[in-house]
Design a binder for this molecule. Structure first.
Ligand code: NAD
Ligand code: ZN
Ligand code: ZN
Length: 351
């Protein structure tokens, strides 16, 4: 049987609907009937990728179905899968991992050395077929059952939510009462950054964005202050912290402009976590960064992170903002994402 899939066919060409075969699960694989597929800014970068230019087009194979924020129900199971039944609600941890390398054994499978491609991990929706199709094939180890949680509701947690959660986990311990955390870029991922900081720490939260509507949403999700991300943003953050600066900066943009702000507002012993992939770089050296300030690039998440953020959702602790689009309207959804017009994460639904 044939089905429509929304694919990157060639680097440098617009993504398009393509007729592909409906997959059949092999041993230890599960065929998922898609219910919700969230759209990420990374997808736009994949569509805009120029052949031969990194970070995606140099390392990932083209010819794959987009969509790395996926949830649905079990349609069929392959040999060897004994713990899932047809019809069960599941979500996909999109990062492909081998289970055997040193990083998999250390339970940081997003760094799996078998499937690392340059600075990227091979992922369902980045190099491997993702969820922008009625059905997707997933190895059992990359699926999590979600019980009674609605797959459409929790689809945005599988990347926007869990990537932010992973980044927040790396700074939670240092965010004691009296500390400040600054979140730069409060869109799909960053808005989870704000609400997770609010939920899990005692830090004062400062949100930075160029879009005033996003700042208003961040305030509603728990940010104490919203600051326009312009040339005077670092002065504003210094004022808000009585000249001390921010203990933690989570940068969900990662451009030269935002990393420059991050460097200016960081305190000694602070931590800058770079999540956004806009390709900026940061000058690290005496005088350009506070003393003992750490810088980390946070890539992806683990399956345990996904399990934990779903537990937060189950307890009703998360506000999962989303805008629903029919699969055939996926291009309209991407257009709204590109123009910064979305209020919540765009989630594509299937009949
Ligand atoms: P988004 O478009 O929903 O949000 C980006 C936000 O940043 C928007 O609100 C935008 O107004 C704001 N912004 C843009 N320029 C800014 C500036 N100079 N200062 C402050 N704010 C600014 O995008 P998203 O889906 O949340 O993705 C965010 C980034 O995270 C992307 O670069 C994406 O590729 C990356 N990403 C990284 C990982 C990872 O594992 N590290 C995973 C998923 C996505
Ligand atoms: Zn993403
Ligand atoms: Zn591995």
């Amino acid at each position: 049987m044939k089905m429509k899939a929304y694919q990157i066919v060639e680097w440098g060409q617009p993504a398009e609907f393509v007729d592909v075969d409906k997959p059949t699960p092999g041993p230890n694989e599960v065929l998922v009937r898609m219910r919700g597929a969230g759209l990420c800014r990374t997808d736009l970068d994949l569509m805009d990728a120029v052949p031969g230019v990194g970070p995606y087009a140099t390392v990932l194979p083209h010819g794959f179905t987009l969509g790395h924020e996926n949830a649905g129900t079990v349609e069929a199971i392959g040999k060897g899968v004994t713990d899932l039944v047809e019809g069960a609600n599941v979500i996909v941890h999109h990062i492909h991992s081998c289970g055997n390398c040193v990083f998999c054994l250390r339970a940081v499978e997003q760094h799996c050395s078998t499937y690392a491609r340059g600075a990227m991990s091979l992922t369902r929706g980045l190099g491997l077929d993702g969820g922008l199709a009625p059905f997707m094939l997933v190895p059992r180890r990359e699926l999590l059952p979600i019980g009674l949680l609605d797959p459409v509701e929790v689809a945005p947690l599988t990347d926007a939510g869990v990537t932010a959660y992973h980044a927040v986990k790396t700074v939670m311990d240092r965010l004691r009462p009296g500390t400040t955390a600054t979140v730069i870029g409060v869109g799909g991922l960053g808005s989870y950054g704000v609400q997770l900081l609010k939920l899990l720490t005692e830090a004062k939260i400062v949100a930075l964005d160029t879009n005033a509507e996003r700042l208003a949403i961040a305030r509603a999700l728990g940010a104490d202050h919203g600051v326009c991300s312009n040339d005077s943003a670092s002065d504003a953050v210094m004022d808000l912290t009585h000249g001390y600066g921010s203990d933690v900066v989570l940068d969900f943009v990662g451009s030269n402009a935002t990393l420059a702000i991050a460097a200016k507002i960081s305190r000694p012993q602070g931590r800058i976590v770079i999540v956004g992939i806009e390709g900026g770089s940061l000058n690290v050296g005496w005088g350009s960064l506070a003393t003992s300030c750490e810088v980390a690039i946070s890539m992806g998440s683990t399956r345990a992170d996904l399990m934990e953020i779903c537990a937060l959702a189950e307890r009703g602790r998360l506000k999962i903002d989303k805008e629903l689009f029919a699969f055939e309207d996926v291009e309209q959804a991407y257009d709204r994402l590109r123009k910064g017009q979305l209020v919540g994460r765009a989630v594509v639904t299937f009949p």
